[in-house]
Design a protein around this ligand. Sequence first.
Ligand code: NAP
Length: 308
Amino acid sequence: MRLLSANLTLAHKKLRSAFFLFLWIHSRGSWCCVTGAVVTGATDGIGKSYAEELARRGFAMMLISRSQEKLDDVARSIEEQFKVETRTIAVDFGKTDIYSKIEEGLAGLEIGVLVNNVGVSYPYPEYYLHIPDLDNFITNMINVNMTSVCQMTRLVLPRMCERSKGVILNISSASGMYPLPLLTVYSATKAFVDFFSRGLQEEYRRQGILIQSVLPFFVVTKMTRIKKPTLDKPTPERYVAAELTTVGLQSQTNGYFPHAVMGWVTTKLVPTSIVIFLGATMNRLQRTGYLQRRKLREQKNGQSLKTE
Ligand SMILES: NC(=O)c1ccc[n+]([C@@H]2O[C@H](COP(=O)([O-])OP(=O)(O)OC[C@H]3O[C@@H](n4cnc5c(N)ncnc54)[C@H](OP(=O)(O)O)[C@@H]3O)[C@@H](O)[C@H]2O)c1
């Protein structure tokens, strides 16, 4: 047992040092200029944790998110904690006319790392035709989850290729590993991110560019509304710290050991049809629970309006 634990600790240390070595190799010669990292969706959850971890490693930060107020708060906190220059761009990734503004904001920065993190999911699991405001829902989800990844890569990759170095981390999801009914559009957009990343990695691998597809299971964030971290549902800080140790070692990763086990079981051990059936069952139950709670809330509000 003690031998196993010693081996695991050694393996962990090796992984960490591989990441640091990788960053060192990839940033040699450019630390004197501004070596920057760009994170989309950087004001909360997983994106905020990436921004903090990269700032801790000395990268100048460019944070891109929707609300300027939240961006200012996160930028101030990062500058105070890690003493790195931190800039911000406020845009809504649900729109498609934002990329010239982002291009202007990025001009002149040497970008070593791009984290395509921004993403939106469903407010609750729902059958496709019952999704409220379906037309806008589709446009927004495709723009935020898919277009942002392609467009941000279009802006940043050319300069990385000129310098023959750069890292792009695309945050997909475990729900992109197989169809997830009642979260079907989300699941499909995340499968796109995974395919885009893996295809592009092969195209640009020989030019020294590292593109990683990251497929987390549940993480405790605003998106999942999970409040209490557990071993299989880590905090974003814990998840990101673990994920960064896989950069340079895996081009497709669940990023965190318990998630890697879950990924292995659900793709290698259990037939896909069963995984899809179980996903649908879980989401139907969640949908029923959500709609019942909503109905109760509405009844309560109706009663309190009557008594007023
Ligand atoms: N949490 C999980 O369990 C989990 C699992 C698998 C994959 N993922 C993926 O991980 C990524 C991050 O998820 P998260 O859970 O950290 O999400 P989150 O807590 O909801 O944070 C999302 C971030 O993106 C920003 N954002 C959302 N919509 C935006 C828009 N239209 N324009 C600009 N910025 C926008 C948010 O800003 P505001 O605060 O202003 O909204 C926030 O900073 C997503 O791609 C998600 O699909 C998450």
